[in-house]
Design a protein around this ligand. Structure first.
Ligand code: NAD
Length: 387
């Protein structure tokens, strides 16, 4: 098999997981890392055993050994790096959000289509075996047409006023915090699993901590403050909590809540799809189980067991029943899907619909978040999602 060269821009929290995931595939070489400086890139490259380190993303894009560019920089660099990578005709795997605004995301969709490159956004929960099982079963009609999609994505890492991240600064993270960072995952998952589109939203958003203590030194992503740390008090303009009502294109209704200030919820993504016959619920923190609810017989709890899930999605499970698979395994499944397209020279389009999220899906996520913010701005009325 022809080997494929991967280069990654930004190797903070999530970047090393991109590296780990593609290495599992067996036919991908991680050839280079680009960081915010030559020194930080070298440090990361040494730690991860990557041969080349660049102090700028432009230098990485100029490297002919890099065929696929992974963009794991903070949000404000997504558009610039993605656009530059497409201009060099590299395949692009962008971390979410695709861009800071839907308008920028639309430009990237058009640019990627014209360049004919494989384009993907890491809405990684799609890679979970039981997510694919639910999607397959719903498509087959097991639960009947979906009528109600409900859920949440709750975390607690921003619950204290000493918790801080670039995600809270609109010029680096975008106009939204909780909705853009994690609500976008929920919306993508709901649409992917159900096969439906969110058409209208009604949002109520809150900034529960309007002033935070921003550390004056540097701190790793998701790291709590230490007692001796110096800080400045800053105003926070983005939401850390939101409730959203939804309408879908088949007439189904729904709602979800997101929060980064909910104690005890670490990465608590829950999606339930209630159909006309049965319901299905998947919870990320218990990702090896799928709840199936019935009216006329006992409810079921399906385990992630390759011998129990459908043959069409069995390849997403790599260990026998009872052997738990997790976040990093699902991330690797996503990369397997994306690199399968790259290796086969296939373009993600209507003729070859991929299981992974494309730039078009990334655009939709940006457009949904913008519509929710617009709804909240208007005093929480219904707003149509731009198509
Ligand atoms: N798919 C997921 O579940 C998931 C999980 C976490 C983060 N993310 C996304 O990944 C992105 C990165 O998040 P993170 O938590 O890893 O952030 P992070 O702050 O830990 O890492 C970002 C890295 O980018 C580097 N960087 C900054 N400017 C750069 C530049 N000009 N060139 C090269 N590198 C540069 C920083 O030094 C840092 O190492 C975000 O957009 C976030 O939304 C996605």
């Amino acid at each position: 098999m022809k080997r494929i060269g991967m280069g990654i821009v930004g190797a903070g929290f999530v970047g090393p997981h991109h590296v780990d995931a593609v290495r599992r595939l067996g036919f991908v070489d991680v050839v280079a890392i680009a960081g915010s400086s030559e020194q930080s890139a070298k440090q990361k490259a040494d730690a991860l055993g990557v041969p080349k380190a660049y102090g700028s993303y432009q230098a990485l894009l100029d490297d002919p050994a890099v065929h696929v560019v992974h963009n794991a920089t903070p949000n404000y660099l997504h558009f610039t790096v993605n656009a530059a990578a497409i201009a060099k005709k590299k395949h692009v795997v962008s971390d979410k959000p695709l861009a800071m605004t839907a308008a920028e995301a639309r430009q990237l969709v058009d640019q990627a289509r014209q360049a004919g490159i494989v384009n993907a956004v890491t809405f990684n929960y799609r890679g979970n075996p039981l997510v694919q099982q639910a999607r397959h079963a719903i498509k087959r009609g097991d639960i009947g047409p979906p009528r109600f999609l409900i859920g949440q994505y709750l975390q607690d890492w921003l619950i204290k006023d000493t918790d801080y991240s670039w995600r809270l600064e609109p010029d680096k993270g975008g106009a939204s915090s909780a909705l853009g960072d994690i609500g976008s995952h929920w919306c993508d998952l709901a649409q992917h699993v159900s096969g439906l589109r969110i058409t209208h939203v009604l949002g109520d958003i809150t900034t529960t901590i309007p002033k935070r203590k921003k550390p004056t030194g540097s701190r790793e992503a998701f790291q709590a403050a230490s007692g001796s740390e110096k800080f400045e008090l800053v105003d926070i303009k983005v939401e850390d909590l939101a409730s959203v009502l939804l309408r879908f294109d088949n007439g189904a209704k729904g709602s979800f809540s997101v929060g980064q200030v909910c104690a005890g919820h670490k990465n608590d993504l829950v999606l339930e799809v209630c159909g006309s016959i049965s319901s299905m619920r998947w919870r990320q923190e218990f990702q090896n189980e799928l709840w199936i609810g019935h009216r006329d017989k006992a409810n079921e709890l399906l385990s992630k067991d390759p011998s129990l899930i459908d043959g069409e999605v069995r390849h997403y499970a790599h260990l026998p029943g009872g052997h738990q698979e997790g976040w990093a395994d699902a991330f690797a499944n996503l990369m397997r899907d994306i690199y399968g397209f790259i290796a086969e020279g296939k373009k993600p389009d209507a003729a070859h619909p991929p299981a992974f999220a494309t730039f078009e899906d990334g655009y939709r996520a940006n457009a949904i978040v913008e519509a929710i913010l617009e709804s909240a701005k208007q005093g929480s009325g219904w707003v149509a999602v731009k198509s």
